[in-house]
Each structure stands twice: as structure tokens, then as C-alpha cells.
Write a protein that binds this ligand. Structure first.
Ligand code: HEM
Length: 91
């Protein structure tokens, strides 16, 4: 989702595993509030393995493009803050 939430399809399983594991242990960090650290710390190693395996097995849809920043309310209203992807203000 624009501007800063990355797509996860097309990434290799080992890379996904490594990133989520690194957030869990504090080796990878993003600007505060570090939403992915919050998310990764809620995942057990077997959850990370399952996510990485499932994501890596999905085909990247033809013509996929980033969603506009005002699209999915679910993500913007998530109970986690992302320092690198602040949600726009809503009335
Ligand atoms: C179980 C759910 C999620 C999983 C498995 C997941 C996984 C990932 C992974 C693997 C990356 C690294 C991508 C890369 O290095 O190319 C990433 C980055 C990111 N994700 Fe998530 N994510 C989840 C939920 C969310 C949610 C709900 C949000 C927003 C509220 C979010 C926002 C971000 C942002 C902003 C980054 C970039 C962080 C940076 O600046 O390095 N993610 N996510």
C-alpha cells in the first residue's frame, strides 16, 4: 500500500523468515513506532515459518500494483502504529 507498506508476494521464503526473525530479535528496526517489531514479537517461530512458507508459495498476480494510501481501512485502523507508514488523518 502506498506510500510505504511493502508487498510480500514474490519474496523468497528464507528472506521472509529472516526479516520476521530479525524484527523479533531486534536485529532489524524501523522508525518508531516500529509496527513490524510489534507484529513479529506476537508471532511464534512456527507462525513465522508458516507465514513465510505460505507467502512464498503464492503467485504474484499479473499487473499487481500498490494500493492507494486511502484504500483498505483495515490496515489503517490496525491497532499498531507504523513510523514508516503513518496513516492519513481521518475525520
Ligand atoms: C502478519 C502480518 C504481517 C506480516 C507477516 C508482515 C510481514 C512483513 C515483512 C516480511 C516485511 C519486510 C518486507 C521487506 O523487507 O521487503 C514487512 C514490512 C513492513 N510492514 Fe508488515 N507484515 C504484516 C503486517 C503489517 C501491518 C498490519 C502493517 C501496517 C499496519 C505493516 C506494515 C509494514 C511496514 C510499514 C513495513 C516496512 C517497514 C520498514 O520500514 O522496514 N505490516 N512486513
Amino acid at each position: 500500500m502506498l506510500p510505504h507498506v511493502p508487498g510480500l508476494l514474490g519474496l523468497p521464503r528464507d528472506y521472509l523468515n529472516a526479516q520476521l526473525g530479525a524484527w523479533r530479535t531486534g536485529k532489524r528496526r524501523a522508525h518508531a513506532p516500529d509496527c513490524m517489531a510489534d507484529i513479529a514479537k506476537r508471532l511464534q517461530p512456527q507462525d513465522i515459518e508458516a507465514l513465510a512458507s505460505w507467502l512464498a508459495a503464492q503467485a504474484v498476480p499479473a499487473g499487481s500494483a500498490a494500493a492507494p494510501s486511502n484504500a483498505p481501512r483495515g490496515v489503517q485502523d490496525a491497532a499498531v502504529g507504523c513510523g514508516t507508514a503513518k496513516a492519513p488523518q481521518r475525520p
